[in-house]
Ligand binder design. Sequence first.
Ligand code: HEM
Length: 491
Amino acid sequence: MTVLSLLPATELLLTSLFLLACILLFSTIISCRPKPPALFPPGPRPLPLIGSLHLLDLKHMDTSMMKLSKKYGNVFSIDLAGLRVVVLTGYSTVQDALVNLADQFSGRPHNPLFDKITFRMGVIFSDGKLWQNMRKLVLSTLHGFGMGRPLQDRITEEVGFLVSQIEDQKGQPFETLPILTPATGSVICSIIFGNRFECDEERFLRLVKMNTEILQLMSSVHVQLLNFLPWLSFLLSKTKIIRNRDQMHKIIADMIQAQDNRTSVSDKLLFKLEQESEMEDVKMRDRNTLCMIMDLLVAGTETTSTTLSWGLLLMSKYPKIQKKVQAEIDQVIECSRCPRIEDKRSMPYTTAVIHEIQRFTNIVPLNLPHSVTTDTYFRGYLLPKGTYVMPILTSVLQDKTQWEKPEEFYPPHFLDGDGKFVKRVAFMPFSAGRRMCAGKDLAKMEIFLFFTSLLQRFNFQCPPGEPELDLTPQVSFIQSPRPHKLCAIPR
Ligand code: HEM
C-alpha cells in the first residue's frame, strides 16, 4: 500500500496541486534567470534562488573566494542569490583594475544593506557627483586640519590620556581594544566637531559603542543573508543596525547643535557640507551631513584602534621584535620626548614592523565593493556598466608571488639587505585607486604616534600563567583579534 493511497481524496488533490505549483515555480525561476552577458567572466553554475551561496563560508568569504579563484581564475563571477558579482584576486589583477583602470572601477554598487544604512549619501557608499564632492571635502578637511603640526599635536595629546589610562592598570591584565577605540574615536571627533570629547563622556561612549556594534552586526551571518536575498531585504529595516544608525544620527545632530568650541575646520566642514552636496532640499542636505559624519566615525575609529590592538598583541607574542623596536625608539627619540612623525624617517625597523602589522592582520579582508562606471573590457572579459566587483584584499596582502612568507608575521618583508625600509607595491591595506581610503594619511600618522609612544613607555606581554596568545582573527567586517588581555609593564 502506497502513502498516496492512504490520503483522503481532497488532501491528495491539494498535495498534487502544491507539488505542481512548486515544480512550476522552480522551472519559472530557472527559465527567468537572465543569462550572463556575452564575454562575462566564468564561474560556478548557480542553483535556483540561492545562486552559489552554498559554495561560500559566509564567515570566511575571502578564503572561499580565493579557493574558487584557483578553479575559475583571477577574474571570475559568482551568483550570490541573484546578485551577479565579479571577483578579482591577486596583486596584478587588483592593481590592473583599481589603478590602471581607475575611473572605470571607481563606482560603488547598489547593495541592500549598505543602501539602507547610508541612503547612498555621505562619502563611502555614495556614487557619481555627490561622491566626488564629498570625497574632495573629506580630503580637504583632513589636510585643512594641518596633517602636520595641529593634528599631530591633537594625536599626541590623546596619546597622553591613553598612557595615563594604561598606567592606571598598574601592570595588571587588561583588554586593549576597549580603551584604544575611544582614543581613536576622540581624534576623529575633534577633527569633525572641533573639540575633544572626554573618554568617559556618556554620549561619546554611546556613539563609539554603537559604531562598534554596527560593524559587528554588518558581518553577522543573518544580516549577510538578508543582504544577499533581496526579496527579504525589507526585514533589514527591523534590525538593530538600523536602530543604531538612527540613534547615531540623533547623537551626531545633538553634537552639532551643542558645538561650543567651533574651530575653522569643523565650521568649514559643516558649512561646506551644506554648500557642496548641491542638494536643494534642506531635509536631504541635513541627512547627507549626518551620513557624512557617521561615515568618518565608522571608517576612522575602529579601523585604526583594531590595527593598534593587533600591533600590541603581536609585540607581546614576539618579544624579540618588540625589543628591537624599543631599541630603535630609544636610540632615535632622545630624553624620552614624545615621538613626532618626522622621527619615522630615522626608524626603518619600526616602520617595517608597522607595515607588516597591517599586511599580516589584513583588517578589511574583503575590501569594500566596487562597480564599473561604464561598460569595461578587462582581461578579455566584458563587464557591463554597474557590474558589482569585489577586489579581495586578502588575495593581495597574501599573494604568494609578492611576499616571501605570506602567512607569517615577518617584518623583513619591508627591509632590504642593509636594514633600510623598502616600499612594497602589494602593500594595499587601504586598497588602491580612486576609492582608496580617504583617511590613509591620518591613519598612518595615528598608528605611528600611538604605537611608538606606547612601546616607548611600556613592555607589553602575555599575562603570567595565561595560555599562549592566539592570533586567530575574530571574523567580522573588520577583522579584529579575539578578546584577550595583555599586561603593560612600565619600562
Ligand atoms: C588602519 C586604518 C584604516 C584602514 C586599514 C582603512 C581601510 C580602508 C579601505 C580598505 C577602504 C575601502 C577602499 C575601497 O573602496 O577600495 C577605506 C575607505 C575609506 N576610508 Fe579608510 N581605513 C583606515 C582608516 C581610516 C581613517 C582614519 C579614516 C578617516 C576618516 C578613513 C576614511 C575612509 C573613507 C572616507 C573611505 C571611503 C573612500 C571612498 O569611498 O572614496 N579610513 N578605508
